[in-house]
Ligand binder design. Sequence first.
Ligand SMILES: Cc1cc2nc3c(=O)[nH]c(=O)nc-3n(C[C@H](O)[C@H](O)[C@H](O)COP(=O)(O)OP(=O)(O)OC[C@H]3O[C@@H](n4cnc5c(N)ncnc54)[C@H](O)[C@@H]3O)c2cc1C
Length: 410
Amino acid sequence: MSTEAKNCDVLIVGGGLAGASLACALEASGLSIEIIEAHPLNTDAQPCYDDRTVALSYGSRVIFEAMGLWPAMADKIEAIKTIHISDRGHLGVTRLRHDEEGVEALGYVAENRVLGEVLYQRLANNPKVRLHCPAQVLSLQQDEESVRLRYWENDEEHELSASLLIAADGVTSQIRELLQIGISRQNYQQSAVIANVTPGQPHQNIAYERFTDTGPLAFLPMTGGRCSVVWTVPTEQAAELMVLDDEFFLERLQQRFGFRLGCLKKTGQRHVYPLALVESTQIVRGRVVIMGNAAHAIHPVAGQGFNLALRDIALFAELLSLQPFASLKETLITYQVMREKDAQRVYRFTDALVKIFSNDFSVLGHVRTVGLLVTDLMPFVKHKLARQSMGLSGRLSKLGRGLRMDKSHV
Ligand SMILES: Cc1cc2nc3c(=O)[nH]c(=O)nc-3n(C[C@H](O)[C@H](O)[C@H](O)COP(=O)(O)OP(=O)(O)OC[C@H]3O[C@@H](n4cnc5c(N)ncnc54)[C@H](O)[C@@H]3O)c2cc1C
């Protein structure tokens, strides 16, 4: 066994979308960063960067733009110009339009693989970043001065010490467990079946969010005329959908969605995710900060999970850049206080959508119809819904306001 002690400023465990975005956001701070990632990148074994998609809010575009990453993404992702929200079997429909909000797009649909390529390309060009991959965490210790992590890489045991450790290791976070930080969990008894589907007609940059008695069904516009489908169903139905052959799967999907996009022609590989609201009971413990899905994994109905994480990352990078480690305790308290409101708003919004729109009670059916009609008829309500979906409500970080974190802002 060989152990090697090194030092860095920030140690990030987990190189998924959250961990890699944070490493990029910290570039302007000049801090040295080491990333420990369990799965080899660019292989099928790495589940984070496959052909799944995330809907990026307009606010996330602003953040990526301020980080200088947007030009590398822009022509590989598709804009959402209109969001069409409807309730299967009921009358109400609401449309949110980019021109009514004065923005080029309400959001963008990006393949995880594309985001991964852009983020890792940027990290490869930053000499202050080192990636350890594949590597397994063995243990973690911390005291007043530092955090020490023992990990396994290339058949050897190593040790790293850092001023700060970020746990961005996903919903089942090992770091959270090592620190014995609890979670609160709300199971929705639903799973999301996702697939990229080619419809018969052009999607015209419209995202369809269709609420049905068994759960929401989203068709999001992708490049190449495809749509990213997120189909939420009770968990037992998800198992049935997963074993259907492509033809029967498309038939079932067509029945559920209807013919707004013509006849569905082709489907890519399907993946299934059990859905729950999982919140870490603490997001800061000493010199460790919990981020991304490790901090809060939420239902994908409103496409908010990564967008929320990116807003956390933007503020965190700003605060850490202002005063790296001189008053870390205060910095971390400020971070928690400033991010709490946004997280609570997203939990409440998402949870309410799931509960109101995923059942077949006729009373709620009327409430939904009225809700959608009212929303459509009242510009103020619509505008508020759009700002929330675009990640532009509440107090924004510098990156969130489009300000670069170059030396003049650090
Ligand atoms: C069906 C579905 C649809 C979604 N759609 C949207 C959307 O439209 N918009 C949106 O904003 N969000 C969406 N989300 C949420 C979004 O996918 C997540 O917020 C995002 O992927 C979180 O990334 P993460 O890096 O925190 O976690 P993960 O993606 O889980 O990454 C964790 C990383 O840590 C690594 N790792 C794990 N354990 C260890 C360990 N012990 N040591 C080292 N490394 C480790 C993993 O290999 C991985 O690379 C969706 C989620 C689902 C399930």
